[in-house]
Design a binder for this molecule. Structure first.
Ligand code: DQA
Length: 143
């Protein structure tokens, strides 16, 4: 089983960015934790972060034949990107939407997601653990 973890814009700044919302954990720490869980469960995991919408679209398109599950935090593209939504629909790979912060307790423009209605699951407001919960869910479904 191959899992791809995608992080959108500004998530490369985790650990330094708006700590009140996103905490102290770096993206590399999150990835390390997921890699350890994947290894324990004999699962292949790969990571991709980009600040560019088209690069995320390209990555999703290229996942078509070898990725079985996607965990994605689209960052601000959550609230804007029809093209990333369409890419996920086009490849038809089951995906989990993760947000570190609770987007529903924040500004109104963050309350709408272009992904939630087509996601296998949505986790928000649980900080870095959200990624872990999504991965554990994929693993449990496989068993
Ligand atoms: C976020 C929430 C988004 O609204 C925001 O634009 C982000 C991060 C989160 O993880 O809480 O960049 O997706």
């Amino acid at each position: 089983m191959n899992v791809l973890v995608i992080n959108g814009p500004n998530l490369n700044l985790l650990g330094t960015r708006e700590k009140d919302h996103y905490g102290n954990t770096k993206l590399s720490d999150i990835e390390e934790n997921l890699r350890a869980i994947a290894e324990k469960n004999a699962l292949n995991i790969s990571f991709f972060q980009s600040n560019a919408e088209h690069e995320i679209v390209d990555k999703i398109q290229s996942a078509l034949n070898d990725i079985d599950g996607i965990i994605i935090n689209p960052g601000a593209f959550t609230h804007t990107s029809v093209s990333i939504r369409d890419a996920l629909l086009a490849v038809g790979i089951p995906f989990y939407e993760v947000h570190l912060s609770n987007i529903f307790s924040r500004e109104e423009f963050r309350h709408h997601s272009f992904f939630s209605d087509i996601a296998s699951g949505v986790i928000c407001g649980m900080g870095p653990l959200g990624y872990q919960y999504a991965l554990e869910n994929i693993i449990n479904k496989e068993k």
